[in-house]
Design a protein around this ligand. Structure first.
Ligand code: DAH
Length: 339
């Protein structure tokens, strides 16, 4: 039987076909139900057990050989069939390049989705603001350095009209227009008069968060932010809150997350501290509640604010802010399929 298989292999290799009919004849002769290879498989049952292994292997090989040869012939004659005049119908069409979502949009959507599970709605405000909403109602003293021309892009002086330097003014607008309980986040674009570098840009995005109700405490804030962190960066991520200062919150804190790159052991990204700064937060200052028409005796609340580019940088290990705004397809294509 081995000899027959060898001879068959030779026959198959040298089989000459010059038309579709020849290719079909090949199939009938070797690979159809009553073809030679099928017959050999039937005979295989009679092969003595000690030869089964060797012959079985040869049989499988000859079947593969014949199948490959048949697809070769089929492709050859199929292609000839599909060339009509000067058109080859088998050529692939022109591909349509697919767009992808920008990483800032992907992360913004993810932040919205996570906080929506805690009952937060989305609020938006204008990018062109007045002094009241951007500074005064947020308890910035008249001589606060953030009001300086160095940081703020003014459109008009006296009365001051400016490009908002943060998304916190949306807090003010929401509190002025709604009654507690208020639970909302505000994603948006912000502007600062910064020299552009790998770590700073004059345009970037923030998400502001605000929860006002009776009996809201710092502990509620901590738990909400912990929930957010674990959903965004993974369930093993830890948080820590460091005392800080913002005019609009008291007490204020800066929140760090354990470094997702080295798991807190220390690396270049976390500057060997094991921690990464990710947002500012705190209890809304009673002055701010009062400025916005909310009774600070009855209500308390927390607020927080984070940079979307910063979250995306940590999540996707991006090390230069400028790349977000360059529209380089090689960068953007890496986010294809994410929403
Ligand atoms: N507005 C701050 C900034 O732009 C971020 C911020 C910090 C917002 C603390 C808050 C907060 O709501 O409580 O840097």
């Amino acid at each position: 039987m081995i000899d027959r298989i060898k001879q068959l292999a030779e026959e198959i290799k040298t089989y000459k076909a010059s038309s579709k009919d020849d290719s079909e004849a090949f199939r009938l002769k070797y690979l159809s139900k009553r073809g030679i290879i099928s017959q050999l498989f039937n005979e295989f049952k009679l092969v003595p057990p000690d030869q089964k292994k060797a012959i079985g292997k040869q049989l499988n090989e000859i079947k593969i050989l014949a199948t490959n040869k048949l697809s070769e012939l089929e492709i050859k004659f199929h292609v000839e069939d599909t060339i009509i005049g000067e058109y080859d119908l088998t050529l692939p069409g022109e591909s349509i390049p697919l767009g992808s979502r920008h990483p800032v949009s992907i992360i913004r959507n993810e932040i919205i989705e996570i906080f929506s599970r805690l009952g937060f709605t989305v609020s938006e405000g204008p990018e062109i603001e007045d002094d009241w909403h951007n500074f005064s109602a947020l308890n910035f003293p008249k001589d606060h350095p953030a009001r300086d021309m160095q940081d703020t892009l003014f459109i008009q002086k006296n009365p001051d009209i400016l490009l908002r330097t943060h998304t916190s003014p949306v807090q003010v607008r929401v509190m002025e227009n709604q009654k507690p309980p208020i639970r909302t986040i505000s994603p948006g674009r912000v502007f600062r008069n910064e020299a552009i570098s790998a770590r700073a840009h004059c345009i970037f995005h923030q998400v502001e968060g605000l929860y006002i109700n009776e009996g809201v405490s710092f502990a509620h804030m901590k738990q909400a932010l912990y929930f957010f962190t674990r959903e965004m960066f993974g369930h093993n991520t830890k948080i820590r809150l460091r005392p800080s200062f913002f005019p609009f919150t008291e007490p204020s804190a800066e929140m760090d997350i354990s470094c997702s790159i080295c798991n807190g052991k220390g690396c270049n990204v976390c500057k060997h501290t094991g921690w990464l700064e990710i947002m500012g937060c705190g209890m809304v200052d009673p002055n701010v509640l009062e400025f916005c028409g909310i009774d600070p005796v009855k209500y308390t609340g927390y607020a927080f604010g984070m940079g979307i580019e910063r979250v995306a940088m940590l999540k996707y290990q991006i090390n230069d802010l400028r790349i977000y705004f360059e529209n380089d397809k090689r960068f953007l294509d890496q986010f294809t399929g994410l929403y």
